[in-house]
Design a binder for this molecule. Structure first.
Ligand SMILES: [Zn+2]
Ligand SMILES: [Zn+2]
Length: 324
């Protein structure tokens, strides 16, 4: 059977949400076109420099490939963090990622929790256990990852940070926030997350309209050798996300396109909520942490990251990646 778009090449993939059968080339072009539209919507064409936060997983390969194609005149730099999880972080994965990025004209900055915070993730988790704290590895990891990505983006002078979150990730996050009744978090989601501090570099998610199965297919068609090993701390991950993921899968299989429609609707709601919250927010910017200088919540003097380290009996030994 021939491709529904070019009518010439043989179709290799069925796209349920459009009902089309596509060949490899037309499928790749279709994904890139959605990335281009999203880049336009989020203002990426006005950027001079964009920092790509890359984990080495399939989505980061797709993100780098599609953006290099779409944002021809924009300088792209990538940043990868080695968390310091024994048996999980492998130098060969970073080397492969670096080689791939170099081929796309993108320099890779290689950072780590050890060199930038002073401790590996394993060391942080261990220290918190000794102190009897009930903090999951994902809490340390997520918090420090956000902090370091933001710092490096500022240091290299990036106008935006692009992450590889796909459509499935985005809708899951929305549903989880709604289920928890935590609509205040909506201001961090959506098309233009609210910036409460000039020290936050604007985050964008160019793959947010691309299904997870599509990034998998893209990576497969391109033959990327991405990191497939599962993080050993996965058992500590919130189980709610896994349940929501299952629920959304079955919804999507019964009503193809459901995730795209949900995203549109959630974005609209988040936009309304954001406008409401803006009116109620203090006029001044977020305060900055006394220890590390990163923005922290209103009313706090020390950020959550620094607080966690101190509570674990560890002294922060922050070091810059760029001006080393
Ligand atoms: Zn085709
Ligand atoms: Zn801090």
């Amino acid at each position: 059977m021939n491709c529904d778009v070019c009518k010439v090449r043989e179709a290799e993939v069925f796209q349920p949400h459009t009902g089309r059968r596509l060949c490899k080339e037309c499928f790749i072009n279709d994904v890139r076109e959605r990335v281009r539209q999203e880049a336009e919507r989020q203002g990426l064409f006005k950027a001079r420099k964009v920092l790509l936060a890359v984990s080495g997983g399939k989505d980061s390969y797709v993100l780098a490939d599609a953006l290099a194609e779409v944002l021809k005149g924009v300088k792209l730099i990538a940043y990868n963090i080695t968390e310091g999880i024994s048996g999980y972080n492998r130098e060969e994965h970073v080397a492969k990622l670096e080689g791939f990025l170099r081929g796309r004209g993108i320099e890779l900055l290689k950072g780590s929790f050890k060199s930038q915070v002073g401790y590996t993730l394993d060391e942080m988790v261990q220290a918190s256990k000794v102190k009897g704290l009930n903090v999951s590895a994902c809490t340390f990891c997520g918090g420090f990852r956000r902090k370091l990505i933001n710092e490096v983006a500022r240091e290299v002078g990036a106008d935006f940070v692009a992450t590889g979150h796909n459509l499935d990730d985005e809708v899951q996050t929305y549903v989880i926030n709604f289920l928890r009744g935590d609509t205040s978090r909506l201001i961090r989601e959506g098309e233009e997350p609210l910036r409460l501090s000039d020290y936050f570099v604007q985050r964008v998610k160019p793959l947010r309209r691309v299904y997870e199965w599509e990034t998998t297919m893209y990576a497969y068609f391109k033959g990327y050798e991405f990191q497939e090993v599962e993080c050993p701390y996965i058992s500590q991950r919130p189980t709610l996300r896994a349940k929501v993921r299952e629920l959304l899968y079955s919804l999507e299989s019964k009503a193809p396109g459901a995730l795209l429609r949900l995203l549109e609707e959630f974005d609209r709601l988040a936009g309304e909520r954001k406008r409401e919250m803006l009116k109620a927010l203090p006029r001044h910017q977020l305060p900055r942490c006394r220890i590390c200088g990163e923005p922290t919540s209103y009313g706090r003097e020390i950020c959550k990251n620094c607080e966690l380290l101190l509570a674990s009996g560890l002294t922060p030994k922050y070091a810059s990646l760029v001006s080393r």
